[in-house]
Design a binder for this molecule. Structure first.
Ligand SMILES: [Zn+2]
Length: 377
């Protein structure tokens, strides 16, 4: 992960980078922020920067062998410890981070702003109460760090939710935290300083990371989740500085839009007028924001379906569920001669909603136009 992938927080990024440039990298740092904020993402970007072979004044290069391994979270000098629990495959006294790296990587690739509850779900747990960093993990940390580094630069140990370290595990690493082997860096990531042992706190440099500003969250939702400016602004307020929460909320908005859109296209294609009229009522009952949400979602589907059609699947940036729908849509509905029409109709409709057109008339008119395009070969 590069710094550029993290929305805003420029002040903190600059502090971290200048410490590297001045050669003042503390060997044990604690990235503290509230849940859903940037501490884990920053720790990843910082680790990538520390080991980059060609860092600039603002970011890692993103392309050197070290960066590309870091991006896949498979760098041999990057180690992770995180809370685990007994699962269907492992008992509590067996479970440890090394056994769940596959799940961990895909969890992080999805979002470095997720919380312990999300991680519990990724582990297949029904609840995450029992998630912690057990005592045997402390011994494992010492073992891992006593081995030689693979590359020229730093060996980095990221401990996520360090406050969930069992007391004996924490005590076990005190000595190595204070005097780590050469070129070893601890990046502890925590959402709760109150729950950290004072003996750990006193051995780390604490970096307090502020919550995201509303405009940072807004930018992120608009560029990464294709939300309209209004919807993004609305969610940013509700999320109250937590990007993790904002992503969850935007997912709900998308789910609603997706279900409505899929249904809509189906009855338009079938020329089912009864359902079309029910759709008119449903649509006019939605808030203006939700109406625009559906139409923005429609535009995203059309654009991405076109990209798929042109054979560039790598350029498609969608979650799994949306991707399945878009694939179907691009195969059965999208043709070179109708893409323009779809885009034009949906864009016009957004403009009309903004100018307070009657939702009922607009939606019925739009549905009939769509039905006609869908059925024209
Ligand atoms: Zn690099």
């Amino acid at each position: 992960m590069q710094f550029a992938a993290i929305t805003g927080l420029d002040d903190i990024k600059q502090t971290l980078i200048s410490a590297v440039q001045r050669n003042h990298v503390a060997h044990a740092q604690l990235f503290f922020s509230k849940e859903g904020s940037g501490n884990l993402a920053l720790a990843l970007a910082y680790a990538t920067y520390l080991n980059c072979e060609n860092p600039s004044e603002t970011d890692s290069c993103g392309v050197c062998p070290s960066c590309s391994r870091m991006n896949k979270l498979m760098h041999p000098d990057l180690h992770f410890v995180f809370p685990t629990a007994a699962t269907k495959d492992y008992k509590r006294d067996e479970a440890m981070s090394a056994l769940f790296l596959k799940e961990w990587r895909s969890f992080l690739q999805k979002s470095p702003y997720a919380n312990l509850q999300d991680w519990g779900l990724a582990l297949g747990l029904e609840e995450n109460k029992q998630c912690l960093i057990p005592v045997h993990e402390g011994r494992e940390i010492i073992k891992t760090l006593s081995m030689r580094a693979f590359g020229e630069k730093y060996k980095i140990m990221i401990i996520w939710l360090a406050e969930l370290m069992n007391v004996n595990a924490a005590n076990a690493i005190l000595k190595i935290l204070e005097e780590p082997p050469e070129k070893t860096i601890f990046l502890l990531v925590s959402n709760s300083l109150d729950k950290m042992l004072p003996t750990i706190l006193s051995r780390t440099q604490i970096i307090v990371i502020r919550q995201f500003h509303d405009e940072e969250i807004r930018d992120y939702l608009q560029t990464q989740h294709n939300l309209s400016a209004d919807k993004a602004a609305q969610i940013a307020v509700l999320a109250d500085g937590s990007l993790g929460e904002a992503i969850r909320l935007s997912q709900e908005v998308q789910d609603d839009s997706q279900a409505f859109f899929e249904d809509w296209m189906r009855y338009c294609y079938q020329m089912d007028f009864t359902k079309m009229l029910q759709g008119v009522d449903k649509f006019s009952d939605m808030s203006k924001e939700a109406q625009k949400g559906v139409l923005h979602y429609a535009l995203t589907v059309i654009r991405e379906a076109m990209v798929l059609k042109m054979g560039s699947p790598l350029l498609v940036r969608l979650d799994e569920k949306t991707l399945q729908f878009v694939q179907k849509f691009s195969q059965t509905v999208i043709r070179e001669n109708n893409v323009e029409k779809f885009l034009q109709y949906f864009n016009e409709a957004i403009g009309h909603i903004e100018r307070n057109a009657s939702a009922k008339i607009l939606f019925l008119d739009l549905s009939l136009k769509i039905a006609y395009v869908l059925r024209t070969k």
